[in-house]
Design a protein around this ligand. Sequence first.
Ligand code: NAI
Ligand code: MG
Length: 506
Amino acid sequence: MSSLANDLSLLSESSRRYFGAPHRHFIGGQFVDSISQEEIPVIDPTSGELVARVPAGGAGDIDRAVRAARKAFDTGPWTRMTGPQRERIMLRLADLLEANATEMSEIESVNSGRTLLSTKAFDVDLSVDYLRYMAGWATKIHGQTLNPSVPYVPGGKFFAMTVREPVGVVGAITPWNVPLGQAIWKIAPALAAGCTIVLKPAEQTPLTALRFAQLVAEAGVPEGVVNVVTGYGESAGAALVAHPGVDKISFTGSTQVGRLIGEAAARQMKRVTLELGGKSPMVVMGDADLDVAIPGAAMGIFANHGQNCCAGSRLFVHSSIYERVIDGIARIARTLKLGPALSPDTQMGPLISKAQQERVIGYIRSGVTDGAKVIVGGKALPGPGAYVEPTILTEVGPAMKCVREEIFGPVLAATRFDEVGEVISRANDTTFGLGASVWTESLNTAHWFVRQFKSGTVWINTHGVLDLAVPFGGIKQSGMGHELGEEAVNHHTNLKSVLASLKDPS
Ligand code: NAI
Ligand code: MG
């Protein structure tokens, strides 16, 4: 085993045991055998070694899970509980996740290749906070009262109100870049709203979702409220989307699959939230504080190995500071320590898989063929791990594939600009619209960019920061709907309008 592979003896006893345990779907409050006999090999991307097997569930398993969720929604206690009752159970779930933080983080790091620091922060701690934040919403879901005039009923007296009701059974499909974090982003608002859920985690990273299902049972979440079926997208994922018992699909992943899901959901008029890809611009103005902008932009692209939907993958730097900024980011890229997730000195692990490594290297190659210059990185590390060096491409043109398409790896495409009118049209020249950032010391400039960027989120002097309370969603090909914040709760409700005709007591 090379030093680029995880040393699994560093794991806690409980994590090691978990990898070896038999893994089954979680349906109706129990772990059950798969109807489908197939299995998915779960790989440690630092070594390419098999660490576990999970069932490759199919349409039969999905049907069983949807029926359980349907029954729990239509006749079970969850939807009928008071807000405080749901809140208490969700808080218990948060406590259990917190108590199992080390094991969760270790499992996620081995499976997804990300450092313990990263999985602890983004898959565990943020999820604990999000469960608690959403537990609070369980008691705060509300409609409005309205004072209708109904002008065509002379002398009529009317009262109106809106109420928010849970949308029903939610089918959630999540990606591999922040596996547990993404699962909790789907589960927590669904629970707060009184929905039930069937989760299909990414085939590459199914383990923490199944481990979390154990906590769901332990916390006293009623049976059938949360179900987890592991499987491939084309089989289990597609079956979940097509199932008539599902009322809403919540999906995070590629734009290509998002489009398929949107089309399929539309046929049944299912509610749908799509959190898709991006090619987010970062604009560094001539007046930016470079002590902030240089490390900020470096993390904007290299955080999570570039495997972030809102990664700042296109950099525009004002000509007056272009060399300094590029040199600064290149210096950071060169010093980032690549290595296995479990090693304490690792700053960047491998990508999720050999397939993703090839895909990312393919984009770098296509950039070079199109005339881009690699000023740092550009290569895969030799060996069985899925490592790719942090990479900066310069001399890139707007028509190049590496500039137009989401790479989902540590690859920055950098260019210079001279004036704001030019840079904003180049920044907005993308089919995506997830995030965008500007680095400037001028309040006026910052707010001009806020209005001009065509994106769901704008960051000022930072990039990629997400918060529990701040809605996150894309425009254009980056998706529809929002996660996080009150918006996420509302997306799990149907708005019902009530009109009453009143008369004075006789
Ligand atoms: P993907 O979009 O195929 O996978 C995401 C999830 O969708 C997984 O759970 C998968 O099983 C499921 N899925 C796949 N096909 C499906 C179908 N036909 N019906 C229902 N569910 C389906 O992403 P993939 O192939 O893993 O990665 C390819 C590229 O997608 C990445 O390089 C990246 O550019 C982009 N991506 C973007 C993400 C984001 O957060 N914006 C997350 C993951 C991937
Ligand atoms: Mg795919």
